[in-house]
Design a protein around this ligand. Structure first.
Ligand code: UDX
Ligand code: ADP
Length: 487
């Protein structure tokens, strides 16, 4: 849509300069792949967080702030060639023909809609920055997951700021597009390189074509879907809600299997072989995490309530309620099996990221489950191949138990509140523990030599497998008790 009528700059169809605002889990990998596939486009990813940008520019590509299989290889190919990372937000906006908004949109923690609505303050700040610094015609692409009709807000800000903007040279024009990102963490590069579909919503055909021409460099045209703005925004929320709903559905069946003697893996296989249902996203687990599912459903329920659709809101809310219940249920199973008390007992937590192959812990089920076990007085030994100790400390909001204070007897005897320690190796995490809980399906956990490591566990020892990672025979052979989700 052309917002400012007196456009004097001739609009050039082909994009040469892109600025991406937000160097996070979406902006970083997405721009890396576009840069790799489109050597003729110059891309700068900007962020207000200087530390984050410094890490993206770290000479050792293994130190970039987002861990994604395949990402550091791409970064080493394109960084400094046609992909750059910078904190010069305004400067880079002014040079760009196209600006991607990839900033965070978490759930509001206070004020109207707290706990449900998305906090749009970052997206609004971005829109204002673009309005101020853009030069000539700029296509603004909304990539963060946003509530339906946010594009309208962005348009309004871009449109209305101009006449009052003293730096305006009077010839700024904008087109706003919605281009939701469907990548999943851990498989981001694969998802970006061969997406199921690319969705572009908008009203300005020329802008839509400019964006679809970028994707056409590697995505077949048949996979590029063009819709209106609102359908595009709603599709992203709905896709995430549907995926989350499948997980709550299978997790509810897992609980049912435990009560009745079924095996959720067998049930998932049986129902997943129905073509209409399909086999993906039917893996029972400790509950869904990640930055999107809960936030997007909360958003959907907030909007449903706003539009007076109470039953719709209740329906989607139950998907979250089951997810919360699942985490509490797992913590309770651990307590019940360890003779009804875990106070002063040592428990290994294997996996802290919300899923394998990412260092992201946002909404990770491990956080809630660990907090519950700490509340019960357990001493946790936490291992994760990619999550750093500082991140765990932030998430649990309790300082790590100091290694110098470590005394097995003190730890076991004196535990009103529980404690946690970070362990670098699986072997160290399992040393002298009463139980191990597998919460993330990292490859390393499939290969644990239980016959060897179990010798150092305190008997009777338990393994709680929430991700169907272990082979039950091996656990039994090692003389350990096993609780498997949905078994
Ligand atoms: C999700 C969507 O998949 C993606 O399209 C969107 O762009 C962002 O949100 P992401 O959160 O990165 O991606 O990961 P996803 O693979 O969807 O997993 C989300 C959560 O569901 C994880 O905690 C995962 O462990 C859990 N999950 C997934 C299950 O418990 N069982 C499954 O069968 C699949
Ligand atoms: P996502 O998973 O959606 O990528 P992240 O939180 O990983 O979310 O990344 C979003 C990034 O956006 C953060 O690094 C944050 O500093 C950045 N950001 C937020 N607002 C602005 C802004 N107005 N200008 C520049 N960067 C911003």
């Amino acid at each position: 849509m052309q917002l400012i009528k007196n456009e004097i700059k001739k609009r050039d169809h082909a994009i040469k300069n892109i600025c991406c605002i937000g160097a996070g889990y979406v902006g970083g990998p997405t721009m890396a792949v576009i840069a790799d596939k489109c050597p003729h486009i110059n891309i700068t990813v900007v962020d207000v967080n200087k530390d984050r940008i410094d890490f993206w520019n770290h000479p050792d590509v293994n130190n970039i702030p987002v861990f994604e299989p395949g990402l550091s290889n791409i970064i080493s190919r394109v960084r400094g060639v046609n992909l750059h990372f910078s904190t010069e937000v305004n400067d880079e906006i002014s040079k760009a023909d196209m600006v991607f908004l990839c900033v965070n949109t978490p759930t509001k923690t206070k004020g109207l809609g707290a706990g449900k609505a998305s906090d749009l303050k970052w997206i609004e700040a971005c829109a204002r920055q673009v309005a101020k610094s853009a030069v000539g015609h700029t296509i603004v692409v909304e990539k963060s997951t946003l509530p339906v009709r946010t594009a309208k807000t962005i348009q309004t800000i871009l449109e209305s700021s101009q006449p009052f903007n003293s730096e305006s040279n009077g010839n700024k024009t904008f087109s706003v597009l919605s281009n939701p990102e469907f990548l999943a963490e851990g498989t981001a590069i694969k998802d970006l390189e061969s997406p199921d579909r690319v969705l572009i919503g908008g009203e300005d055909n020329q802008a839509i074509n400019s964006l679809s021409d970028i994707y056409s460099n590697w995505v077949p045209d048949s996979k590029i879907i063009k819709t209106n703005l609102w359908s595009s925004e709603l599709s992203k929320l709905s896709a995430n809600a549907f995926l989350a709903q499948r997980i709550s559905s299978i997790n509810s069946i897992a609980a049912f299997c435990e009560a009745t003697g079924g095996d959720v893996r067998e049930v998932a296989k049986a129902i997943g072989s129905d073509n209409r249902i399909g086999s993906k996203f039917l893996q029972a687990g400790p509950g869904f995490g990640g930055s999107c599912f809960k936030k997007d459903i909360l958003n959907l329920t907030y909007l449903s309530e706003y539009f007076g659709l109470k039953e719709v809101a209740n329906y989607w809310e139950s998907v979250i309620a089951l997810n919360e219940w699942q985490k509490q249920r797992i913590a309770r199973k651990v307590v019940d099996n360890l003779f009804g008390t875990i106070s002063g007992k040592s428990i290994a937590i294997l996996g802290f990221s919300f899923k394998a192959n990412t260092n992201d812990t946002r909404e990770s089920p491990s956080i809630d489950i660990a907090k519950k076990l700490l509340e019960e007085g357990a001493n946790l030994f936490i291992h994760d191949p990619k999550v750093e100790k500082n991140q765990i400390e932030k998430d649990l909001n309790i300082p790590e138990f100091k290694h110098s204070d470590y005394d097995e007897n003190i730890l076991r005897a004196n535990n009103e509140e529980g404690s946690w320690m970070y362990k670098k190796s699986i072997k160290d995490a399992l040393y002298n523990v009463d139980a191990a809980i597998i919460l993330t399906e990292w490859n390393d956990y499939y290969n644990i030599k239980w016959d060897e490591l179990s010798l150092n566990m305190r008997r009777p020892a338990w393994v709680f497998d929430t991700r169907s990672v272990v082979k039950p025979d091996e656990i039994k052979k090692a003389g350990l008790n096993l609780w498997r989700l949905g078994d």
